[in-house]
Design a protein around this ligand. Structure first.
Ligand SMILES: [Zn+2]
Length: 113
């Protein structure tokens, strides 16, 4: 947890290539992806729990990844399990809150590791 200082210096001195595409927050509206801590040239796929580079083609990299069959299968599984849990209990705000918190914890764990 002591790498806050080194992180900011890394950002400033990071090698920059003109053609490296950075993550665009807008993409997360269309795809189940998140920003990656410390890597602007990649996105984190939530159903896949995986970091994928988008430095070459940007949104095209996202589109290509998310349209592959394995990805669709994984995303479907997540949707189905959501349906099932909502059948067992009516979605209360506390349940949703717990799910959101769990996701944040998982994401932060990923970021710091
Ligand atoms: Zn994906």
């Amino acid at each position: 947890m002591a790498d806050t200082a080194s992180e900011s210096s890394t950002c400033k001195s990071a090698k920059r290539k003109k053609y490296d595409t950075e993550f665009n927050q807008e993409w997360s509206k269309d795809y189940p992806i998140q920003r990656v801590c410390g890597n602007k040239n990649a996105f984190f796929c939530v159903p896949f729990q995986k970091t994928i580079s988008c430095s070459h083609q940007g949104k095209l990299d996202v589109e290509r990844h998310c349209s592959n069959s394995t990805h669709t299968k994984n995303a479907k599984v997540i949707k189905e399990s959501r349906k099932i849990s909502s059948m067992f209990s009516s979605p209360s705000s506390s349940t949703n809150e717990a799910v959101t918190k769990a996701r944040i914890v998982a994401y932060e764990f990923y970021c710091t590791s």
